[in-house]
Design a protein around this ligand. Structure first.
Ligand SMILES: [Zn+2]
Length: 82
């Protein structure tokens, strides 16, 4: 799935934080939680699991059709025998 928003909300201070870049490490106002990783990966930190509300969003999965490349098909050498 494609990540479109890397965000979370702290239930202690009510702050909503969002990581927008890979090295965008963001903590909430009371520093009980943090998010990191931007849209490359989800990284979370919290003191208690109840402190964090997940707000991340994903784009719907797109099906990709790959066309076969003719270059990858090796033709066996044609051998003609009399
Ligand atoms: Zn907080």
């Amino acid at each position: 799935m494609t990540l479109t928003r890397n965000a979370a909300k702290c239930t202690k201070c009510g702050d909503t934080i969002e990581s927008k870049h890979v090295h965008d490490w963001v903590t909430c106002l009371c520093k009980a939680i943090f998010v990191d990783g931007g849209l490359e990966y989800l990284r979370r930190g919290y003191v208690h699991e109840d402190d964090i509300i997940e707000l991340s969003e994903y784009a719907p999965e797109l099906s990709v059709v790959e066309e076969p490349s003719n270059d990858r098909i090796s033709q066996p050498p044609s051998i003609e025998e009399d």
